[in-house]
Ligand binder design. Structure first.
Ligand code: ATP
Length: 247
């Protein structure tokens, strides 16, 4: 970094150099239950990073730790180089971290429009352009929509908050393959066009690796290996046998 930079300018330059999201040596869990152990992970702008691993590995816990819902006992989670530790979830969301949970957390009696109005910020993406399917049902209650439509609404609601990173948990759960491909395509489009980073938990390994830039494998709360999506795909049977307990 330029030695002539001082104070705010130096901090701004450091933030500019830092990856969007960086976990370093993160230990986290629920009370006495330790789940994440010494986790290091990074997501850059415009990158889709997938977090893979068996049931109970701690994938959801890692996303929850990033959005402030799970206590980090040691290590750091930094966003643009600034620590998020001790920051409450709504303040983390305001800083540009949007979490799309596995259950989507929609309000069944609220309409599509109402959901979007609750989180929309000025200058937000035109999500009705991105998802014409839900534009046609803007006055429909979420509880009456199909699973795929609900997932589009969950993604649209996250996007209108002008996030810099999306944390996406099991987007494909219970959805038809054609809808899943459509949603992954949209993630790729917004990552490329808006520079939004994506950290994506996914059970369907090959699907995730087809759309991601890089991936990490978490098992027993530890990162066991990582690499580009192409590298992980090429050595997946070895990775699976070594870390996931199957052959
Ligand atoms: P899956 O793929 O099955 O969703 P995961 O990799 O997302 O699994 P987590 O849901 O993060 O795993 O769970 C990791 C561990 O933390 C599990 O052993 C789980 O039982 C435990 N755990 C999850 N939530 C809690 C909680 N609220 N209190 C205590 N332990 C919890």
């Amino acid at each position: 970094m330029n030695a002539l930079l001082h104070g705010d300018a130096a901090a701004d330059a450091a933030a500019e150099d830092a990856p969007l999201l960086r976990l370093s040596g993160v230990n986290a869990g629920y009370g006495d239950v330790k789940v994440l152990r010494d986790v290091d992970l990074e997501v850059a702008r415009g990158e889709i990073v997938t977090l893979l691993g068996p049931n109970g590995a701690g994938k959801t816990t890692l996303l929850l730790a990033c959005s402030g819902f799970v206590n980090v006992t040691s290590g750091d989670i930094a966003f643009h180089g600034q620590s998020l530790i001790g920051t409450v979830p709504h303040a983390i969301a305001r800083r540009g971290v949007a979490h799309i949970p596995e259950d989507r957390s929609l309000w069944p009696t609220l309409t599509v429009d109402e959901h979007l109005r609750l989180t929309a910020k000025p200058g937000a993406l035109d999500v009705y352009d991105l998802f014409p399917e839900i534009a046609r049902m803007r006055h429909k209650r979420a509880g009456l929509m199909s699973g795929g439509e609900q997932q589009m609404l969950a993604m649209a609601r996250a996007l209108v908050s002008n996030p810099e990173i999306l944390l996406v948990d099991e987007m494909s759960m219970g959805l038809a393959p054609v809808i899943v491909e459509r949603l992954f395509g949209t993630l790729e489009e917004i990552a490329a066009s808006q520079g939004i980073g994506v950290l994506l938990v996914e059970q369907h390994v090959h699907l995730a690796l087809r759309h991601a830039t890089r991936g990490y494998v978490l098992a027993g709360g530890r990162i066991r290996t990582s690499g580009t999506a192409a590298e992980l795909n090429a050595r997946w049977s070895e990775v699976r046998a070594s870390y996931l307990g199957t052959s």
